[in-house]
Design a protein around this ligand. Sequence first.
Ligand SMILES: Nc1ncnc2c1ncn2[C@@H]1O[C@H](COP(=O)(O)OP(=O)(O)OP(=O)(O)O)[C@@H](O)[C@H]1O
Ligand SMILES: [Mg+2]
Length: 290
Amino acid sequence: MSILQTENLTYVYGKGTPFERTAVDNVSLTIEKGGITGIIGHTGSGKSTLIQHFNGLLKPSSGRVLFNGEDIWENGKIMPGLRFRVGLVFQYPEYQLFEETVYRDIAFGPGNMKLPEKEIRERVLETAALFGIDSAMLEKSPFELSGGQKRRVAIAGVMAMRPEVIIFDEPAAGLDPRGRREVFDIIEKYCRKTGCTVLIVSHSMEDMAAVADRLIVMNHGSLFCHCPVNEAFSKSGEISAMGLDVPQITRVFSMLKKENIIFDDEVYTVDSAVKQITDYLSRKGGEGRC
Ligand SMILES: Nc1ncnc2c1ncn2[C@@H]1O[C@H](COP(=O)(O)OP(=O)(O)OP(=O)(O)O)[C@@H](O)[C@H]1O
Ligand SMILES: [Mg+2]
């Protein structure tokens, strides 16, 4: 069942000025409920502009955005409550932390929803547990935490609102490889546990190969493709030509292909590479014995 849809969505910045720029150009797509969709594309391809339409931060210049089948701008006014149902985590969300304690920062979103204090507390504690934030940390100032910890607190604050859709703009930007893995692990765990629909904007095909079920590839404001990850990787040549890095393992397998060592599918994660190599070696072993 579809949860978000765009119909011929176009967004133009600075319309009628010398700086006019079409950032999203006639994009029609349907996002089904549940699962993780990666949104990738080169710098300036329109990823951030596209996602800001999903919770009504931007209003289409033309076209429509639908949530659960309803136009979010029906009658020209934003659908009531949409911002609580579609959560948006901006790039570097830790810059928006401002409360005295971690607890109060995570409680801020649910507080805005005017929930009873008991429910706010339950949500904060449940979300904190998922993030490995203990009671001592909940009482700390967010400014005493490390960069990775601050990032997790900021993400927890949006998750505590329990939106039906949660959208992350480059959630791992600026983190070291361990921090990146932790953030993606939490997002994945949260998505699988709650059944929430997750969208992740990223520059990294490598990260999206590991975490996403489907990919939306944007190119110069247009939709290049929207398909399961393995199908997107079968277009890795075109995707590289757009200036995106395909995963290292995919590049290694492309080189092997040139050496006439042919594997069955496009390979884009280390796990699938291991399986392919093991199968290949057992086939070779079999041939040797014949
Ligand atoms: N506030 C703005 N005013 C004018 N033009 C803008 C504005 N924000 C973005 N743009 C332009 O719209 C186009 C799409 O930008 P957008 O930020 O959506 O791309 P992006 O894919 O998110 O890029 P990045 O990967 O660098 O974050 C770019 O050409 C950009 O320069
Ligand atoms: Mg962006």
